[in-house]
Design a protein around this ligand. Structure first.
Ligand code: HEM
Length: 434
């Protein structure tokens, strides 16, 4: 008998093998792998770098359905492995920290109650009133490198802007904000595939310090609050005061809420500014179009442009965890009770079944219902703030440093390789000094 095993028919080559996921090459450009998955295995079971097995959902239509499917819970107690005490999912340190009751870990009716309360304090109006402060922060950061002619846009711009912005909004006093910058920097530096934390001790310590600080701040603000709201009241005071049918947030819930606002609104916005700037630097015609429209005082292209940058190479690669509370079928695939499901926003937003020429960056794109901010009841609460920060950051950068360009070859850039987030480690640029 032939030693090689069964002969293959030369006319029928085997289908291309499934691409390797979660390698460094994948981190640099996951889109070819996502195209393969959308076509050949749209609901695909895979082992994540952390060892947890999960379903990846890559087609737009399935992704949108999954994000709004009440049978998919956000609560990790529904994970089949939770029953075995493996507990590998979540923010390091949060379990012991009593921070589990945040919006991204809970379902209705608790989610409905907490979301309604926080929405009373974190309003689009509060964000709009914050616009001058964001502009001031943006200018101050650019002042720090504008005369030098070169900068690392991640470390000097995209990273500090969101952390200072959220600290300001929450009401963290200026003298304490650099501590937050250090703790957040530790978390960002050590985000690793599948974990959300590298040297877990260091990250967990930073999480703990933030948590302790926020708990104390909330406690002291609560004690100092008067009977009526001050006109310039900060968000933490607003959270403490928010009431719905006579209900308030407990001190623990307010701390968890402040923490998730920081956690959800920090690395995402770093990546929006980083990935967005990078995409513009790689598409000179699009960037020129944007610069011309801004010079003419037209802000419309900036608004559609930010949405397109989110679709094209958004900050959140995979939506956060969901767990099947019962057996269900998604995209024709049976999913067992307790199985984790990860919706791949980055893949859904490049689906040719929904978007015309999905791999083309088109800042003028109008038909753009991207899933970059999620969909359904967990739709991003911070979207107005993220839009404000993204628009202000990109507009100011391109106006003040009009000839800004990459200082290295794109192949020399390193991506962080996190599982949930997609972002650059650094973004070296050059420009004519101001
Ligand atoms: C939820 C994206 C900025 C606060 C989400 C979700 C996505 C997302 C995809 C849904 C996750 C899921 O369904 O599993 C983004 C992007 C941002 C951004 C792309 C920046 C460009 C912010 C900011 C804040 C924030 C600035 C607040 C300061 C939240 C909160 C949730 C959330 C609290 C949970 C909402 C809920 O569960 O009801 N975000 N986000 N995000 N985001 Fe954002």
């Amino acid at each position: 008998p032939p030693a090689e095993g069964p002969a293959r028919c030369p006319a029928a080559p085997a289908a291309a093998p499934a691409p390797d996921l979660f390698t460094w090459e994948f981190a640099a450009d996951p889109y070819p792998a996502y195209a393969w998955l959308r076509e050949h295995a749209p609901v695909h079971r895979t082992e994540l770098p952390s060892g947890v097995e999960a379903w990846l959902v890559t087609r737009y239509v399935d992704a949108r359905q999954a994000l709004a499917d009440a049978r998919l819970s956000k609560n990790p107690v529904h994970h089949s492995e939770a029953a075995h005490g493996k507990g590998r999912i979540g923010i390091p340190g949060e379990r012991s920290a009593n921070l589990m009751t945040h919006l991204l870990n809970i379902d209705p009716p608790d989610h409905t109650r907490l979301r309604r309360l926080v929405s009373k304090a974190f309003t689009p109006r509060r964000v709009a009133e914050f616009a001058p402060r964001i502009q001031e922060l943006t200018d101050r950061l650019i002042d720090g490198f504008a005369t030098r002619g070169s900068a690392d846009l991640i470390h000097e711009f995209a990273f500090p802007l969101p952390i200072y912005a959220i600290c300001d909004l929450l009401g963290v006093p200026p003298e304490d904000q650099d501590d937050f910058r250090d703790w957040a920097g530790m978390m960002l530096r050590h985000t690793k595939a599948g974990h959300g934390g590298g040297p877990r001790g260091g990250v967990a310590r930073s999480v703990k310090k933030m948590r302790t600080y926020l708990a104390e701040l909330i406690h002291s603000k609560r004690a100092g609050l008067g009977a009526t709201a001050a006109p310039d009241e900060d968000l933490i005071s607003g959270l403490i005061r928010a009431s719905d049918h006579g209900e308030h947030l407990t001190e623990n819930e307010a701390a968890a809420m402040a923490f998730i606002l920081l956690f959800a609104g920090f690395e995402t916005t770093v990546n929006l500014i980083g990935n967005g700037t990078y995409a513009l630097l790689r598409h000179p015609a699009q960037r020129e179009l944007l610069q011309k429209s801004m010079a003419a005082g037209d802000s419309e292209l900036l608004a559609t442009g930010i949405e397109e940058l989110l679709r094209y190479d958004g900050p959140v690669e995979l939506a956060t965890w969901r767990f099947a509370t019962r057996e269900l079928t998604l995209g024709g695939q049976r999913i067992a009770e307790g199985d984790p499901v990860l919706v791949v926003l980055a893949a859904a937003d490049r689906d040719p079944a929904r978007f015309t020429e999905p791999d083309v960056l088109d800042l003028t794109r109008r038909d753009n219902p991207h899933l970059g901010y999620g969909h359904g009841i967990h739709y991003c609460l911070g979207a107005p703030l993220a839009r404000l920060e993204g628009q202000t950051a990109l507009a100011t950068l391109l106006t003040r440093l009009p000839d800004i360009r990459l200082a290295v070859e794109p192949d020399d850039l390193r991506w962080r390789g996190g599982l949930i987030m997609r972002g650059l480690r650094s973004l070296p640029v050059e420009f004519t000094p101001e």
